[in-house]
Write a protein that binds this ligand. Structure first.
Ligand SMILES: Nc1ncnc2c1ncn2[C@@H]1O[C@H](COP(=O)(O)OP(=O)(O)OP(=O)(O)O)[C@@H](O)[C@H]1O
Ligand SMILES: Cc1ncc(C[n+]2csc(CCOP(=O)(O)O)c2C)c(N)n1
Ligand SMILES: [Mg+2]
Ligand SMILES: [Mg+2]
Ligand SMILES: [Mg+2]
Length: 330
């Protein structure tokens, strides 16, 4: 297979049948009308041993916790409140029952935090690697879900947390393994990779009709997600390199490495979005009141759906080259 995005586009039905469907394929989650007051939001993401984790990068507890977190992150990117989850697991014979129940403990720790109920799933055996698929269901006020196609020229581009930490943490784990020795700063990076906390509260601030704008979560990297916003909204995005929030724990890496991880690393699970310039201060204030990060990293212009990086007086076009399954990394 050539490209994940081309594949999804090919299999997307040209027409839909249910009148209650509001948005199907093409965003972080699907949305359909639930009642007079609310819309239902649902999505599914999979983690595969050898692709998303190895036994020497995540513990069983962390596999479960991250498997749910990456899905809740997609709900956060819609501005939804998480409610329920279902789990499908394909288990190779080398995994013990205790390890499997520890995966579920990891999920239930995060589920307790959000008051989510596990309501179903499926269990099968496999000759291949362990595969964990989690479906999550959430809810948002009627008509208020956040989409990728709402960016307009004149908006500012923001992220809700540091970028690049997860990729830096993964590099450390691949170098030294789970039992390696790590400095406190390194432990911070590793923790970000192993136990990302989805930005649900951030998404819910943005669910406010005053704050029209696009929203996406950062799974494949800032460059890739910004390209998704640009394509869906048919606008052009400029990222200002010196505004990318790089965490102190990454400061001793050279600038090129920092930028590579921040733009193309992925798995940060912060939100990236846009908001009208004149609303940005108000949004920032609401974030600050809750102790949450809101960092403007660029702006939206009219033009072809491309993403540019302006860095040290140079402007580079950023291709959608984050983590694309089926394509060699750029
Ligand atoms: N195999 C598939 N069949 C049907 N729809 C799919 C398939 N794969 C992805 N989609 C849909 O395509 C859209 C984009 O999916 P994608 O997985 O890229 O989004 P994401 O979950 O935000 O990103 P990531 O998987 O990197 O976290 C979503 O609407 C998703 O439901
Ligand atoms: C062992 C190991 N090797 C590489 C990676 C990096 N990685 C895997 S999937 C992905 C993008 C998000 O996935 P998806 O698009 O499926 O949501 C990234 C950055 C990892 N986490 N573990
Ligand atoms: Mg997403
Ligand atoms: Mg997905
Ligand atoms: Mg996702």
């Amino acid at each position: 297979m050539q490209d994940e995005f081309a594949f999804i586009s090919n299999i997307s039905p040209k027409q839909t049948k249910q009148p209650s469907l509001i948005y199907g394929i093409g965003d972080d989650a699907a949305v359909y009308r639930g009642s007079n007051e609310t819309d239902e939001v649902v999505c599914v993401d999979t983690m595969v041993e050898g692709v998303h984790f190895r036994r020497d990068t995540l513990t069983p507890f962390q596999i479960g916790k991250k498997g749910l977190a990456i899905n809740v992150s997609d709900l956060a990117a819609m501005g939804a409140t998480p409610l329920y989850y279902l789990v499908s697991i394909a288990v190779p014979s080398s995994w013990t029952e205790e390890e499997l129940s520890t995966i579920y403990k990891g999920m239930s720790e995060l589920a307790d935090f959000y008051n989510m109920d596990l309501i179903g799933g499926d269990t099968v055996s496999t000759d291949g690697p362990l595969v964990l698929t989690v479906t999550v269901i959430g809810r948002v006020k009627k008509g208020e879900a956040k989409y990728r196609n709402q960016a307009k020229a004149g908006d500012l581009l923001f992220v809700t947390g540091y970028v690049g930490k997860s990729a830096a943490g993964l590099a450390l784990l691949l170098e030294r393994g789970l039992d390696g020795e790590f400095s406190l700063a390194e432990q911070d990076l590793i923790k970000e990779h192993q136990e990302p906390i989805p930005h649900v509260a951030h998404g819910q601030i943005l669910v406010n009709s005053l704050y029209r704008g696009a929203l996406n979560d950062v799974s494949d990297g800032v460059a890739s997600e910004a390209n998704e916003l640009a394509e869906a909204s048919n606008i052009s995005i400029v990222i200002e390199g010196n505004k990318l929030p790089i965490h102190e724990a990454m400061r001793h890496y050279d600038r090129e490495k920092q930028l590579e991880w921040a733009l193309f690393g992925g798995e940060d699970f912060v939100l990236i979005g846009t908001v009208a310039k004149e609303k940005a201060d108000q949004v920032r204030k609401e974030f600050e009141e809750q102790g949450l990060m809101f960092e403007v990293i660029g702006y939206v212009e009219q033009g072809q759906p491309n993403v540019y990086l302006s860095n040290n007086d140079q402007v580079l076009k950023l291709e959608k080259q984050g983590y694309n399954h089926f394509q060699k990394r750029g």
